[in-house]
Design a protein around this ligand. Structure first.
Ligand code: ZN
Length: 242
């Protein structure tokens, strides 16, 4: 089976639409979404609807947790608080009930899906260094794990008796002898200096992993965010992918 794994859409409708169009051309069997559908961007409702209609697995991210009031506001930075308040005002009761159906994680055979890390999934740890990767591998019960959260495409490989190895996201075939944690990057707010949307396709039999980078109308998204009076820093970062 071929699956597409998307994450961190952040209310960016132009990015999500472009990615879904590309996924259609890739002839995948299922699409899984690892969370942060809302927050930062100006189309949380439309993105929620598209994810609900197109994705098989739907996970919560920290931004869904914040919108649902499950993380104290004081624990978010000021820009996240502004965007959180704006996002919460947009969502209807119906959309809030959709969010309640999102899961914290899901295991399917040898594949595990979670927004941040298999280690304390509701504590939103960032897997960006070997120490966090090691904790994640210790908590992981399957061979292959897909995460989002940091918005950085990254491949972690478990090394028996040594620290996990970390590599920038790239196309490769997973080796059955090893265990992997793969960050699929971000659809709506990439932070690896490439403004194009990022997602991954995986063949669950051949274990082929492909990173896809998709252009979208960044200027249009930025114009809409400015009109919605969302923080300028959130608007600007989309053109540089930081
Ligand atoms: Zn995010």
């Amino acid at each position: 089976m071929k699956i597409a794994v998307i994450s961190d859409i952040h209310g960016n409708l132009e990015a999500l639409t472009a990615v879904l169009k590309d996924i259609e051309s890739m002839k995948v069997d299922r699409i899984h979404c690892l969370g942060d559908v809302v927050g930062y961007g100006c189309n949380p409702r439309e993105c929620l609807e598209l994810v609900t209609n197109n994705c098989e697995i739907k996970l919560v991210g920290n931004h869904e947790f914040m919108v649902m009031g499950l993380i104290p506001k004081e624990n978010c930075n000021s820009i996240a608080q502004i965007s959180l308040k704006w996002t919460r005002e947009q969502l209807t009761d119906y959309e809030m009930t959709l969010l309640e159906e999102f899961e914290i994680n899901r295991t399917e055979g040898s594949f595990h899906f979670v927004h941040a890390s298999p280690h304390e999934p509701d504590q939103w740890n960032y897997i960006l260094d070997p120490v966090q990767a090691d904790l994640a591998f210790k908590a992981l019960k399957t061979n292959y794990c897909f995460v989002g959260h940091s918005h950085i495409p990254l491949i972690c490989v478990e090394m028996v008796g040594d620290q996990p190895r970390m590599k920038t996201g790239h196309d490769f075939v997973m080796d059955e002898e090893y265990r992997y944690i793969i960050n699929v990057g971000s659809v709506g707010q990439p932070r690896d200096s490439d403004p194009n949307s990022c997602y991954v396709t995986v063949d669950t039999e051949s274990l082929d992993v492909n990173y896809r980078r998709i252009e979208y109308d960044v200027a249009k998204t930025q114009q809409k965010m400015t009109q919605a009076e969302l923080p300028e820093m959130l608007v600007k970062r989309l053109s540089i992918g930081r």
